[in-house]
Design a protein around this ligand. Structure first.
Ligand code: BG6
Ligand code: MG
Length: 216
């Protein structure tokens, strides 16, 4: 049993399903560079920063680029991604996510976003979710990526809640590892086989209730 006072949420794959946009943009880039990029490859990039994702993709394609070229390629991918997410709207929120956030706030608990994405602000604004978060921590707020706990620890600090009173909702192994490294509870969204280190695994926030928080 734990006393949960704050809920910290990953964005991509937990609140919105942006993986498909990341996939399309990375695939377009890989194809321009002369190799393919599959949905399976995309899965491995969940929770991984843009810079690291590009390094991995170039490695998989057997392509070597200078730091300057990599920076240009990352910008090109991001421009396509931003173009796609710019047309997102409240209908694109994953089932049960907004409802659960509202319940959490109504119960007097704090909420924070903890996402590796530097586009978090834009997505929260487009989907109308921004007012449901007491704090927003994204790829611009941290020096280290998940599985380092920095983003969640900073989120807890911003909310004034101790890590042991926080629960993190995550769809990526790197994110569950980050939550655990920070001394927090973790709820996995996805497969229990993959996210086996989580305290509880659900299919989506539509399955989550406040009562379940008491049993973590
Ligand atoms: C994470 C995604 O949320 O954000 C990753 O799961 C993505 O796939 C990362 O690479 C960084 O996102 P962005 O928007 O800053 O390129
Ligand atoms: Mg995610």
């Amino acid at each position: 049993m734990s006393e949960i006072k704050a809920c910290l949420f990953d964005l991509d794959g937990v609140i919105v399903d942006t993986a498909v946009y990341h996939y399309r943009a990375w695939k377009r880039l890989a194809n321009e560079l002369g190799f393919d990029f599959t949905e399976e490859d995309n899965e491995k990039l969940k929770g991984i920063s843009r810079v690291r994702s590009l390094e991995l993709i170039l490695e998989w394609g057997g392509v070597v680029k200078s730091e300057e070229e990599r920076s240009e390629l990352a910008t090109r991918k991001n421009d396509w991604y931003v173009e796609m997410v710019s047309s997102m709207e409240p209908e694109d929120i994953l089932p049960g996510a907004a409802e659960f956030l509202r319940k959490v706030k109504a119960a007097g608990l704090k909420t924070a976003l903890g996402s590796a994405s530097k586009n978090s602000g834009l997505i929260l604004e487009k989907t109308g979710l921004l007012p449901l978060f007491d704090a927003v921590l994204d790829g611009n707020s941290v020096a280290t990526s998940k599985p380092d706990p920095e983003i969640f620890l900073k989120g807890a600090e911003a909310l004034g809640v101790r890590p042991e009173n926080c629960v993190v909702f995550e769809d990526a192994v790197a994110g569950i590892d980050a939550a655990k490294a920070g001394g927090m509870k973790a709820v996995g969204i996805g497969s229990a086989q993959v996210l086996y280190k989580a305290d509880l695994v659900i299919r989506g926030l539509f399955e989550m209730s406040l009562e379940q928080l008491d049993n973590l």
